[in-house]
Ligand binder design. Structure first.
Ligand code: UDP
Length: 248
């Protein structure tokens, strides 16, 4: 099966590592993800990952509880580093060479984010995990995913979630919720659909970078997405191509 996407950016929320635990990191869940990623790596796909921190700390939550927002956001970014190290560990158990690059320097733990170096790692078949989001408060790891995907020339963002794609309303609460197989960026923004935050979606729209929103818990879903098979919801531009304009 030929690859539709050769270089991917996989966006994992912090909650993706949590499993059924309600907080923190669940080893079995991280192991499952590592195996899914190994499967795709064995196909020769160049894999970069942006990981969130919501399973540990969210800046907004901290600021609601009286913390200064910027400090709370830095705590959130540190949470993503914890998750990145957990995922790196799980991937290395399967002998997958993995590098963590952090947007906030902490050289004992991770490389600093250096775009060219990240791309070199990918070319050499190493998995690159981008930690600490964009390195700036008031942003999210979804926006970090869009930004890094653009910087490294990824062909697609694969956004793993808890549900099978993008729905007209919350499928957990609304039995009439309808799943979209394809959407344009504009539809996502106008309808306020919870794909990624609007900054992230706008960045993807301006650069015509397709987003595939899919259920991370489904075995083989990442593989299906890189093969271009129908999985989840594809968000793309009006032209229907859903293919990034190279060097535009
Ligand atoms: N964060 C930030 N700047 C960034 C990325 C993340 O300040 O560029 C902080 C923010 O407080 C956020 C937290 O890190 O709440 C965790 O990231 P996010 O909520 O995006 O994680 P996810 O929802 O994907 O688990």
């Amino acid at each position: 099966m030929p690859l539709k996407y050769k270089r991917i950016l996989l966006k994992l929320s912090g909650e993706a590592l949590m499993g059924g635990k309600g907080y923190g990191i669940d080893a079995a869940t991280v192991d499952f993800l590592a195996k899914e990623i190994r499967d795709v790596a064995s196909m020769g796909v160049q894999i970069s990952i942006v990981i969130g921190g919501g399973n540990i700390f969210r800046g907004v939550q901290g600021s609601l509880e009286g913390m200064e927002r910027a400090s709370a956001d830095y705590m959130g970014m540190l949470a993503t580093v914890i998750n990145a190290l957990a995922l790196q560990n799980a991937l290395e158990k399967y002998d997958l060479p993995t590098r963590v690059q952090s947007a906030i320097e902490m050289q004992e733990l991770a490389e600093p984010y250096i775009r060219r170096k990240a791309m070199r790692h990918l070319e050499k078949g190493r998995i690159v995990i981008f930690a600490a989001g964009t390195g700036n408060p008031y942003f999210t790891t979804d926006t970090a995913a869009a930004l890094r995907a653009m910087e490294i020339g990824a062909d697609v963002i694969l956004k793993g979630t808890k549900v099978d794609g993008v729905y007209s309303s919350d499928p957990v609460k609304d039995p009439k919720a309808r799943k979209f197989s394809e959407l344009t960026y504009m539809e996502v923004l106008k309808k306020g659909l919870g794909v990624m935050d609007s900054t992230a979606v706008t960045l993807c729209m301006d650069n015509n970078l397709p987003i595939v929103v899919f259920n991370l818990r489904g075995k083989g879903n990442i593989r299906r997405a890189v093969e271009g098979k129908k999985v989840g919801t594809l968000v793309r531009g009006n032209d229907g191509a859903g293919i990034k304009k190279k060097n535009s």
